[in-house]
Each structure stands twice: as C-alpha cells, then as structure tokens.
Write a protein that binds this ligand. Structure first.
Ligand code: FE2
Length: 528
C-alpha cells in the first residue's frame, strides 16, 4: 500500500501504472503471464522486452502473441508486433524475447504490454538511454535468496523514478540451504536434490523467484541490466585453466569432478539465465572452448554523463589463492591470480580509460576495497584474492589522472561505502568510490554468524565492524547487522550521490529507511 507521502510524491503516470499492475494480480493476466513482463539492456534506440506464457494456456490456445509499445500508457498510436505461436516453445521454457533495437528514440519513456488470446499482460515501462542528460539515476541490487526473506524492498524500488536497475547477481541461489526463513517461501527442486543438477532445476528457481508479485512489479516498472555472480551456476566457482573446467566449493555436489557433467551443468545454468533474463549478450554454445559459450560483460553509454561497464567476475577467474577463502592471512599468489581473465581485462582497460564520459560506473559484483582486520583478509573470494590485478587497475587510473570511478558492488550481504585510493599500501589520493549494496533478501553476517569463525576474539559484530573501519581507513560505512534493501546512485555533472535503502525482509510490508547517504565529487567522498 502507498503511504500518503508516497502518493503525493509519485508522478501521475507512475501511480496509474502501479495501481493497474496491482489490480492485475489474481486475474486472467496472472494465469496467462505467471512471471509477468520485463525489459532489459536499454540503449538510445532499443530495448529487449520479455515475457513467459503459461505452458498449459499455450498448449490449449496455440495463439500468436502480440506486443504493443507506445509513448503513452493508453497505447494510443502504439506500434504492434505479432509473434507466431510456434515461437513460444518448450525449448525456451515458453519465454519470449523481443528486440526493439532501432525502433525507439533516446531518453524517452515507453509503455508496453503483451496480449495473448485476448488477455493483456501487466503493463511494462522503460526509459531509453539519453545522449545528453543532466542526471541519470540507477538503482542497484544483489543477492535475493527467495527462501531467506520477502521481496519487500522491490515494492519500494518499483515506485522509484529511475533510468534503470543494475542487478549484480545471485538472482537465484542454486543451493537450498534448508527450510525458508520466512513463512511460505520453501523451495523444492524438481530433481529432488538440494542443489541444481539440471536445466529443469534452474528453470524452476527462476520461475519461482519471478512468481513473487513485488519482483514482477519491479521488473515491469524499470528496465534491468543484469550480470551474474556465482549462485546462478555454482557456489564460489572459478575456472581451472589447466583442466578446462569450472571448479567450485560445494561439498558432496552430485556432479563431483566429472568434466562432462560440469560442462553440461554450465550449459544448463547459462541456458536458464538467458531464457529468464532479458539481455543482449553474445551466445555461442557450440563453441569448442567453454569460455566462449557466452559473453555477458558489456557496456552502456549514458550520454556524456557516464559509461556503465558491466563485468563478469566469475566465469574467467582463477581459483582463489592461499587455500583459505575467508579470514586468511594472505600469500604471494594474491599478486598473480586473475579475476577477469586476459581478454576481459584488456577490454575493461579500454572502456575504463576511454575519454568523453564524466563518470565510469562499474557493475562490479564482488567487493573491491581492501579489508584486513587483525592481519586477516575478509574474503579472498572477492578482489582481495586478486590484489595484483586490482593494483594494475588503480595504476591505470592514476597514470591517466582519472578520479571518476564509481563501483557498484555486492556479494557481501552488507552495505559498505569506501573511498578507492590510488594504492592500499600508501594511499595518497582518491580515484573513486565504492558503494556496496546490501542483500535484497539473503542472510547477512548477523543472521549467519559466520564472522565468529575467524574473529572469535570480538564479542559483537558491531565491535568487529568498528575494528575493520579503523584498520582500513578508506572504508567509511559498514552495516552487516540490520540492513537489506537496494541502493540508488544519481549521476550529475559535478557529483555522484548514493543512497542505500534498508527495507525489512522479514515483513511483507515495511517502510524504507535510509541506511547511508554519500556524495562523491572527483577525489572527495563525503557522508551527507
Ligand atoms: Fe549472495
């Protein structure tokens, strides 16, 4: 429900859309389009639209699907495209993508809906990217374990005025960690296993996660740009370049170390992601080199105001060094391991140093900032394990005198804000800022209690956080105690403003609170 303040603040068009979409739940619309609608990967002249038809309905009606797009929610002078019934098939799990590249104008709000057998879908909305804009707002989210909490944060995110939502990954969790932490969110994989072992398992998770009304509302109201983290495939996975196979850290996983089984599972995980995430990524599943099957790193021009660089920090990374991933003292291998892989790293360098953009915004799934408390690193699974490559990136920026780096990060299941200095050993200037968004619903350190394993000398998490901040002075804010939600970064010509919102995931309805708000101007990060 909307509060009176929200009602007064929201634009007429947003209010109309929200109320129509909320009415569509529990009607024929829900029956025909059980996973709603979505849009993804906007450009100045295009977008990818997405929906899924209920297989039972399609088997019965075998109807064509109509998509309508207009610059008004009444669909006056809409352009229509018909998708043949044969295109809706089991082979894609009845999902449908429509690429509108070249059909749209820049910096413009469009509305869309699908119509199947006379039944209209919920209404979708998106904005194309601008060439010239004074302001761009991007929400970013991560880690949405369905069984760990409600998507209450998405009900607030749906109401925000945004250019796009960047999803940093862990859109699904391939492993079931036990009974759900809130009522009504238990999961049961078709295979009967506790981890995904085939395509049907992955598809089941996407379908179930997307059955959540708040999730559907957020995807209908804003275009998404997705990257993945590890759980879209396997926990903490990496690539073993010698064996030409992905390694992972899940005890007793049914695929074991069988190369053929792991490669098949990878194909299943990637296929399900592509079916359910509207995006424009390069796919070549028949390539002999598994690393060439899909390329999801890509970039988006936000006009002169910025470039969004989306990284894939899992597919090409080498095994995390030093054997212990959390609470490790470190080892010389940290200097040698690659997070991005050779090709992606050289692509990243080119995009990062390209001139003509005020801000370089990086969708960087895992924590970049160094964090060592009492001589032990927080996570060598994050950039800490790839410190040599991190140093290289900082060096490039320093040499070019660039101080415009904005890192959108996740994975830690906590909120965090930090300066990005030119060097973590001898910091002399600030080159950018890292904003780490909390999990949307996954468990945090307070719930999991995993911090006690390596820092048992602290009596509370609060105390440990204080120690972490004082020993790593670039870190200006951490909350791994009571924060779940989403963040919004607003880019302006002279500054980037970031607000981290906290929404209680244990309640189906909860207000949004401000966890932290910071402003970054080139070289200076300030709490406001
Ligand atoms: Fe996660």
């Amino acid at each position: 429900m909307l509060t009176r303040r929200e009602f007064l603040e929201l634009s007429g068009a947003t209010l109309l859309l929200l109320s129509l979409n909320q009415l569509s739940f529990a009607t024929d619309t829900e029956e025909v389009f059980p996973q709603g609608v979505a849009s993804g990967d906007p450009t100045q002249s295009g977008i990818v639209l997405w929906t899924r038809i209920n297989p039972k309905v399609h088997r019965r009606f075998q109807s064509n699907l109509l998509v309508q797009v207009a610059d008004n929610p009444e669909f006056k002078e809409a352009f229509n495209r018909s998708i043949p019934a044969s295109y809706i098939s089991e082979s894609q799990d009845f999902t449908v993508r429509v690429d509108l590249e070249g059909r749209l104008r820049p910096n413009k709000t469009y509305y869309y809906r699908f119509i199947y057998a006379g039944v209209p879908s919920m209404l979708g909305r998106f904005k194309t990217l601008p060439y010239r804009a004074r302001e761009v707002s991007i929400a970013f989210v991560v880690c949405q374990n369905y069984a760990d909490g409600y998507y209450t944060a998405y009900s607030h995110l749906a109401k925000e005025e945004l250019n796009m939502v960047v999803h940093l990954g862990d859109f699904i969790y391939e492993k079931l960690y036990g009974p759900s932490r809130v009522p009504g969110r238990d999961l049961s994989l078709p295979s009967g296993e506790k981890v995904c072992v085939n395509l049907e398992d992955y598809r089941y998770l996407y379908r179930t996660y997307l059955s959540d009304p708040n999730m559907r509302l957020a995807r209908a109201m804003h275009p998404f740009v997705n990257t993945w983290d590890d759980h879209e495939f396997l926990n903490d996975y990496y690539y073993d370049y010698e064996k030409e196979i992905w390694g992972y850290f899940v005890d007793g996983h049914p695929v074991g170390e069988d190369r053929a089984k792991i490669l098949k599972l990878r194909q299943d995980a990637v296929k399900a992601w592509i079916e359910y995430i509207p995006s424009k990524v390069e796919v070549d599943m028949s390539n002999k080199d598994p690393l060439k099957w899909v390329k999801i790193y890509r970039d988006f021009n936000l006009g002169r105001l910025g470039k969004l660089i989306v990284l894939d920090e899992r597919s090409y990374r080498e095994r995390p060094p030093c054997d212990k991933r959390f609470g490790a003292k470190g080892c010389p291998e940290q200097e040698k391991t690659s997070m991005l892989g050779r090709e992606q790293l050289s692509w990243f360098r080119e995009k990062l140093l390209q001139r003509g953009f005020k801000w370089k915004v990086v969708a960087n799934s895992v924590q970049f900032s160094r964090s060592q408390t009492d001589g032990k690193f927080g996570s060598l699974d994050a950039w800490e394990g790839y410190a040599g490559e991190r140093r290289k990136i900082l060096q490039w920026l320093k040499e070019k005198d660039m101080k415009n780096l904005i890192l959108l990060s996740g994975d830690r299941h906590a909120s965090m804000v930090a300066e990005v200095p030119d060097s973590y050993e001898k910091p002399s200037q600030v080159l950018g800022a890292e904003f780490l968004t909390p999990a949307l619903s996954s468990i945090n350190a307070m719930e999991g209690g995993w911090w006690k394993r390596d820092w048992s000398n602290y009596t509370s998490l609060e105390e440990l956080q204080k120690a972490e901040m004082s020993q790593n002075p670039w870190i200006k804010h951490i909350n791994s105690i009571n924060c779940w939600g989403y963040s919004i970064i607003t880019l302006k010509p002279d500054r980037a403003e970031c607000t981290i919102y906290s929404v209680n995931k244990n309640k189906r309805e909860a207000e949004k609170l401000i966890d932290a708000r910071f402003v970054y101007r080139p070289g200076v990060l300030e709490r406001v």
